[in-house]
Design a protein around this ligand. Sequence first.
Ligand code: HMG
Ligand code: MG
Length: 297
Amino acid sequence: TRPTRVTLYEVGPRDGLQSEAVTVPVPVKIDLINRLSAAGLTHIEAASFVSTKWVPQMADAEAVMAGIARDARVSYSALTPNLIGYTRAISSGADRVAVFASASESFSLRNINATIADSLIRFAPVLTTAEKDQVPVRAYVSCAFVCPYEGRIAPEAVLNVAQNLIDMGCYEVAISDTIGAATPADMARLLDQVLSHIPADRLAVHVHDTYGQALANILTALDYGIATFDSSVGGLGGCPYAPGASGNVATEDVLYMLNGLGIETGVDLDAIIETAWFISEALGHAPRSKLAMAKAR
Ligand code: HMG
Ligand code: MG
């Protein structure tokens, strides 16, 4: 059954800005995060602590974390691929971290230069250190439906990686449609498989909107009881190692649908639309969301 309340996990400052061609100045990133928290979002992925050589857009992660006007209601998370990243994130004040694995071997090699098995080995010290530090660790499973290099991915492969991450101590696994190619039939098939082993409250759904299926996929996942969804203000996003992937589903588009369904989020739609215009103007392109265009300035 559908949840009555949903957590929106905002990934715009991270997933959104990591693949923008222009380098966004630190004060703009900080302003973006502050506007998102003022809009009522309680989960904001503020930065990633990855190799600067691999993702130059996130080289200023420390400065961004240091400049945020911290809101006590908000949990600021950071993407961390290994113990180096974890240490940087925690020194910078991240409240939680996220590791990221893939259900596709080819994508794993391209994105983090490791096989799936090796990536799990790298995450082990992150999980044990985080447990000592009492830092919650989230996990992503990329290419949960389709891989840009391998094509369709079997649900069993997704379940296998997700189960490993839960067993290692991750509090939540975000099932990720990295290239936005899944349809509601794919979502249903995967959730049928995964939910027979992992409860809905340990899962999140992270969709990109490349093929226009994002809201339909979220509605499908809601009917399976999923209550945490990743989204990105203004539909920002993509992944530098997933060619052709467009933005994440826009926070304002998801919010409009949830409001219409009577599902609570605690997030102010107008403030999100305003923020979508703010960041899009800073980036020099129009917002990639239906709502921001419908309510054009
Ligand atoms: P590597 O080159 O194999 O790593 O990269 P290495 O361990 O051999 O280290 C190479 C150098 O990087 C060393 O420095 C390390 O110290 C340094 P050197 O000795 O050459 O001077 N290094 C680091 N520096 C800063 N922070 C770190 C770090 N780690 C090593 N954390 C690595 C492996 C994982 C580091 C690299 O491949 C990487 O950073 N990949 C990140 C790629 C990425 O950020 N992709 C986008 C995010 S994933 C995504 O968007 C999908 C998601 O949204 C869900 C979905 O939609 O599917 C989450
Ligand atoms: Mg993503």
